[in-house]
Design a protein around this ligand. Structure first.
Ligand SMILES: [Ca+2]
Length: 468
């Protein structure tokens, strides 16, 4: 979601190169992401990327070996993170501000981890095959894709429309149109995420997160769908934004029924206000909200900082720079996120309750200056350097049925490089499984059966059709 209008209508990154690429890279200014990077960073990035790539290329353990033996390519704590489901949510009704209703209480416990599938676990996948989806239709800067009742799909476009389409790409109505409410002044603004309420169409709610102007802010809202049109907007949360970039953007419902929202550090470059490490702002955080009541939202009583003086109680995790796309593993309940790097390192994180992901003290595992104290920080489960991309696009854990080899793999990509990686969630190094040239992958989506789509800009959306 970064090049967007700059590149649309041209032949992708051909519009010139460095300027367009700079916009694509985490959205910072040219100075931030390229000219400002000390020469020393290049070698750091290179080494990081090479390490990742080499580990992936050489990682061909058998499934059994991968399940029983820690992967030496990842530190021990990573194994622990990957092997552990997220912190179970304590029983419902714990909120001092607003007890959760029984439905949320019952949904509070994440599902037990799924037994290992018969095949595919352990990094055995070498490549995936892809095919044009939706009849090859090219959408206008799509940022979100999901299943909609009746075998249809919703596809959110950054300028504001949320379209309903059939599997062959025919129009099936407009679910919502926020064109008059979003701002796209910066190419990281606009409509950024849309999710249907759990149990949709009962309740008939959808949620949207978007950037607005006057004043510059991001907005989380609930909409009531009537038929296939949009009902009235109920604003749940507004966050003041100091700059036009780093809005983060994914909203996702967890297995606990809570709504998780990932916010970037508010922008510019380098997090000049220190938002990532400041628990007094929503910027640079993953928030966890209970939106199951009729009001705006309630703070779940078991959020990690509800009793911390000076901390905002909505915060679930912190130290993020610009988490662009998150997804819950439907089998384990783990929350996976891609966090866009500054100038050198792109990272994949497993988001845990109360954890600090390091920004802006660290970019990935690389010290960003200061004391370089690693204590208390949670580091990426995977990362790569800017020789392999420029802006990570977090993906999804495959739990479909059509491609058994892919089950249990976290798929992710990059907005610049068009590469796709598969990371075995039960241990193992990421493997480069596809390379689409410079085709920008902006997001991932799944259909009702859990099959996976790559949401691409300036080209047809792609469906994963196989793996070997
Ligand atoms: Ca980090």
């Amino acid at each position: 979601m970064r090049v967007l209008r700059t590149v649309r209508g041209s032949s992708r990154l051909a519009l010139a190169g460095l300027a367009a690429l700079a916009l694509a890279c985490g959205g910072d200014s040219l100075e931030d992401d390229f000219q400002g990077a000390p020469a020393g960073l290049a070698s750091t990035a290179s080494a990081t990327a090479a390490g990742t790539r080499d580990a992936g290329a050489s990682a061909t353990p058998t499934a059994a070996a991968a399940e029983s033996t820690p992967n030496p390519a990842l530190p021990e704590w990573v194994q622990t993170v990957i092997a552990s489901p997220p912190t179970p949510v304590a029983g419902g009704g714990g909120s001092a501000t607003s007890p959760r209703p029984p439905a949320s209480t019952q949904a509070a416990a994440p599902p037990a981890p799924a037994p290992p599938p018969a095949t595919g676990q352990g990094g055995g996948v070498r490549r995936i095959t892809l095919a044009n989806a939706f009849g090859g239709r090219v959408f206008n800067s799509p940022v979100e894709l999901g299943a909609y009742p009746g075998g249809r799909f919703f596809i959110a476009e950054q300028d504001g429309p949320v379209l309903l389409v059939t599997a062959d790409g025919r129009d099936a109505g407009t679910l919502l149109n926020l064109s008059g409410r979003v701002t796209t002044q910066n190419n990281e603004e606009g409509l950024l995420s849309v999710q249907l309420a759990p149990g949709f169409p009962s309740p008939p709610h959808l949620y949207a997160y978007y950037a607005a102007a006057g004043p510059r802010r991001t907005v989380l809202s609930r909409f009531t769908v009537s038929g296939d049109g949009a009902g009235s907007e109920q604003v749940l949360l507004e966050v003041s934004q100091p700059y036009g970039n780093h809005k983060g953007g994914a909203i996702r419902f967890g297995p606990d029924g809570m709504l998780y929202l990932g916010l970037g550090d508010g922008g510019s470059g380098g997090d000049p206000h220190g938002n990532g490490q400041n628990l007094g702002t929503h910027l640079g955080k993953i928030l966890r909200l209970d939106v199951s009541g009729g009001g705006a939202y309630a703070v779940p009583g078991d959020n990690p900082f509800v009793s911390t003086p000076g901390a905002l109680p909505e915060i679930w995790a912190y130290g993020l720079r610009n988490p662009w796309r998150m997804a819950f593993d439907p089998a384990t309940g783990a929350l996976w996120a891609g966090d866009v790097g500054q100038g050198a390192v792109e990272e994949i994180d497993v988001i845990r309750r109360g954890a600090n992901y390091g920004w802006n003290r660290f970019e990935g595992s690389r010290c960003n200056g200061g004391a370089c104290d690693r204590s208390g920080l949670t580091f990426p489960v995977a990362e790569y350097g800017h020789d392999l991309g420029c802006s990570v696009t977090g993906g999804v854990v495959y739990r479909g049925s059509a491609i058994p080899q892919l089950v249990g793999h976290y798929l992710y990509s990059d907005y610049c490089g068009g590469r796709v990686w598969a990371l075995p969630t039960q241990g193992g190094a990421p493997v480069l499984v596809a390379d689409r040239g410079n085709r920008p992958v902006a997001s991932f989506g799944t259909d009702a059966a859990g099959e996976v789509y790559l949401v691409v800009h300036n080209a047809p959306i792609l469906r994963i059709t196989g793996a070997e």
